[in-house]
Ligand binder design. Sequence first.
Ligand SMILES: Nc1ncnc2c1ncn2[C@@H]1O[C@H](COP(=O)(O)OP(=O)(O)OP(=O)(O)O)[C@@H](O)[C@H]1O
Ligand SMILES: [Mg+2]
Length: 240
Amino acid sequence: MNMSTIGERISTGVPGLDDIIEGGLIPGKVYLITGPPGSGKTTMGMHFLIDGAKKGEKVAYASLIQNPEEAVKDMMRFDPSIKVYSTSKKLLLFDLGPMLWRESSHVPTWKSVLFRLREIAEDEKISRLVIDPVTAIEFSMEHPAEKRAELARFIRGLEDLNVTAYLIAEMTDLDHYTEEHYLVSGVIMLHYFLHEGRMVRAIQVLKMRRTNHRTGLYPIEFTNRGLEVKGESPFSNVRL
Ligand SMILES: Nc1ncnc2c1ncn2[C@@H]1O[C@H](COP(=O)(O)OP(=O)(O)OP(=O)(O)O)[C@@H](O)[C@H]1O
Ligand SMILES: [Mg+2]
């Protein structure tokens, strides 16, 4: 790495979000995006990928449950250019769901998913990757120590691909941090909660290594261009 690239950061593609993480994400790292159902996780992933495609990068969306075309259709409402990027193969879509359902395989799913992602990264030379949702991948459940080691190998494996990756995770229990939270370089949480009599959305940067990030719950909204962080100041007096 030469001097000019040290300290370089890449945009999340979500207006207002880069400002609370010192200008953007450190490239080549793995980030966890968590939140309850419908909180905007997939939309956030798509903003990140479109931002790369707009800058001429090749990016990939690996879907583990939903058909990836559905996520593109959802995103078209906010940014119709996504169709252009997927047609021109700047944005590559991979449906890895069937891999998880194959019954006869003796290889643990995390290993085969990592193997496939390595092929994709090498063949296609992608710079950004979104895995949605990573919680669909099987890790050893009976042995916590084993799960931690497997996850660590999975995340290390992703870091070796030389891509900036989002792991999208479902999370509803705020008091329970899982291994993923400790192993990744950054954790961004999307919240959807009752505040002063109405449901509101907020975003919170729980951790971001090497970054002097803000820690509050910043209001975030769906506009006709997708997700946008609204306002400079976080919510006060919120109890989740
Ligand atoms: N135009 C819109 N205006 C307001 N909210 C919208 C609009 N379009 C979508 N939404 C909200 O976005 C949600 C879907 O966003 P997204 O798919 O990114 O969430 P998610 O966290 O990935 O959900 P899931 O847990 O189902 O995967 C919808 O459930 C809805 O609440
Ligand atoms: Mg989703």
